[in-house]
Structures are given as structure tokens and as C-alpha cells.
Design a protein around this ligand. Structure first.
Ligand code: KDO
Length: 332
């Protein structure tokens, strides 16, 4: 599934949202609790889901009811931003790849081997150079990016036996990647043949052999039981992946300053809780997969890093990256 979002539609939509907002009284006056519906393809056992349920929901409960819809049950993967922008959804866990389909400069965060680790992600998200990018998404799309959530290091998880040492070994391998251009490019940069498949359809695609493999962090591989239908995990760590907790700007503007402070803190606390749990899981899961009979090994990381970085720097994506931003990110 490829997202074909039209940015101008959103601009119109946001203008309308602002007009409606100006006619409504401040949310502080509203007696009833607001409902915060979140849609995500994440499973309920995913650490981001657990953190939002156990940390975010209780923190906002005095004025808001958190209503999560996991497994993409409310909106299809990749359509959540549009839903928030149109006022049909209040929250999502969005990716840089989804943002990049609307705002090409966000593709910088889709590049392999850029973020170094979870702490680096946090520093980058808090950096001053991020402000204009966040503001544009807020002003034009009506989506406030509250916190960065750590998803984990993406690893190759294949149903074929062939050992993968370098990008050349991935030649002809049908590697499932999510549907947007930025994701598909990452698959190519790794040396594989990327195939677009939604997250919720990966298991069946692996089982039937429609794809040779997929890439996700180890906790997702366990949670979605991909080990039942694959034979190996090749620890490429090609993307230290993230999601952003996305919140409707219209709903945000209807909250009192005190409530906004509570939501922001709840979001940061949930992100931190999920981050620590995900990191702990990543460090212990290798053995889990070995016990399930999968081969787990590290390829030639220098070969992957240089192949992927070269592909990005020579790509059209890089032309949209703000001047000097790669250096600023590396310097953090
Ligand atoms: C995936 O589709 O592989 C992906 O890992 C992409 C992420 O950006 C995110 O959407 C994630 O799926 C879902 O939250 C499911 O874990």
C-alpha cells in the first residue's frame, strides 16, 4: 500500500479546523471528559502500547479518556495522520516515513545508520533545529508531535536459509517494507528487492512465501510471532527506528494550559517508560530466538553501513534535507 497524500488537501483541512476552533469555547470550560482515540498497527503487547496504556492513560484520566485501537483496527497503517488532520482521530504513533510523504525534509530521519541509539534520538528530537520542522507539521497539518518513542534497531528477519554477509547477498531477496517511498528506498539501499506489505499482513506473507523476509526490531518480531515462520535474524541494525506520539492540534488548543502540561508530561513519561522496556527486551531477546531454532548472527556491518549511507547521500531524498542538518545530527 503506497500512501498518496495530497498536501494541499491538508492545508485546506487545517484552515477549516482553525476556523471551527475559533468558534468553539476553550476546552477548559467543557464539563465532560474528552475522548482521546489512538489508532496504530502496533499490537497491544508492544512496549509503546503498554506504556501508553499504563503510563499515559492514568496520568490524563481526570479530564480525558484514552481509547486505543491497536492492530490497525480503526485506521489502516499510514492513514492516521490524514485522520487526525481531518478531525476523525485524536492520536497516533506516526513515523518519520509517513511525515516524509507530506514533508520531504522528514526523510532525513528515514535514512539508515543515522540515529546512533535511543538517547541520540531523544537529543535530536529536543534539538532547536527541529523546531521549524515540528511547527510546520503543527501549523499546516494540525498535528502536534509530543514525544519521540523508541521502536528499536531494525534487523533482517528472513525465511530463507542463505547467510547474509553483505548487501550483495540480498540481491533478489524479496524484503517486505512498509508501503511509503521512504521505506521502499531503505529496502533498496540495503541491497534487497523491497515489497510493500502492511504490518498486519506480514505474518501471512511470510507463511505463504509471498516475501522472503521482513525487517523489524527484535521485540516486534517476538510480539508478532514472526519467529514461527522465519529461519534467521541477521543483525544489521540498519535503522535505529522511532515513532512520534502525534496529537490533534485542534484538541490540544482546546485544553487549558494546565491540561496541556499534564498531556505533555504523560507523553514524555510514557515514551521514557516504553524506551527503557524496549531497550531491555532488545538486549535479552537474541537468546529467545536461538531457543526457537533461528540462526542469529551479525553480518559485515561496515559493508552494510557504507552501502546504505552511499545510497542515501546520492539520493533525491538528500536534496530535501535542510542544509547542514546531517552534520548537526552527527554532532549531537
Ligand atoms: C512496520 O510496519 O514494519 C513498522 O515497524 C513501521 C513503524 O513505523 C510502525 O508503524 C510499526 O510498524 C507499527 O507500530 C507496528 O509495530
Amino acid at each position: 500500500m503506497t500512501i498518496t497524500l495530497d498536501r494541499r488537501r491538508f492545508l485546506g483541512g487545517s484552515a477549516m479546523a482553525i476556523a471551527v476552533l475559533s468558534m468553539t469555547p476553550s476546552g477548559a470550560a467543557a464539563a465532560d471528559k474528552i475522548t482521546l482515540r489512538l489508532s496504530s498497527p502496533a499490537t497491544p503487547g508492544d512496549q509503546r502500547a503498554v506504556a501508553l496504556t499504563d503510563v499515559f492513560a492514568p496520568a490524563v484520566k481526570d479530564f480525558a479518556t484514552f481509547e486505543p485501537h491497536w492492530n490497525a483496527e480503526l485506521f489502516k497503517q499510514g492513514t492516521e495522520l490524514e485522520a487526525i488532520s481531518r478531525g476523525n482521530l485524536e492520536m497516533s504513533i506516526t513515523s518519520a516515513q509517513e511525515l516524509a510523504s507530506l514533508y520531504p525534509e522528514w526523510s532525513i530521519f528515514t535514512a539508515g545508520y543515522l540515529h546512533r541509539d535511543a538517547e541520540h534520538q531523544k537529543r535530536v528530537f529536543a534539538a532547536e533545529f527541529m523546531e521549524p520542522m515540528k511547527k510546520k507539521v503543527e501549523d499546516e497539518l494540525g498535528v502536534k508531535l509530543l514525544s519521540v518513542m523508541y521502536l528499536g534497531r531494525r534487523q533482517l528477519n528472513l525465511r530463507i536459509d542463505k547467510e547474509i554477509k553483505t548487501p550483495d547477498d540480498l540481491s533478489g531477496v524479496k524484503l517486505r517494507m512498509p508501503g511509503t517511498d521512504a521505506w521502499q528506498f531503505l529496502g533498496k539501499a540495503l541491497g534487497a528487492n523491497p515489497v510493500p506489505v502492511a504490518f498486519t499482513e506480514i505474518y501471512t506473507a511470510l507463511q505463504t512465501g509471498a516475501i522472503d523476509g521482513q525487517d523489524n526490531p527484535l521485540p516486534s518480531d517476538k510480539d508478532s510471532k514472526f519467529y514461527e515462520v522465519t529461519k534467521q535474524i541477521c543483525l544489521t541494525s540498519h535503522l535505529v527506528d522511532l515513532n512520534y506520539l502525534a496529537f490533534s492540534k485542534k484538541v490540544w488548543d482546546g485544553l487549558s494550559p494546565q491540561q496541556q502540561g499534564v498531556v505533555q508530561k504523560a507523553s514524555d513519561d510514557a515514551a521514557e517508560s516504553g524506551r527503557q522496556k524496549q531497550l531491555a527486551l532488545e538486549s535479552e531477546l537474541e537468546q529467545f530466538f536461538k531457543d526457537k531454532g533461528l540462526k542469529v548472527y551479525t553480518p559485515d556491518l561496515d559493508a552494510f553501513r557504507s552501502h546504505v549511507q552511499k545510497a542515501y547521500l546520492g539520493s533525491d531524498f538528500a536534496k530535501d534535507w535542510p542544509e547542514g542538518m546531517v552534520d548537526k545530527i552527527n554532532a549531537l
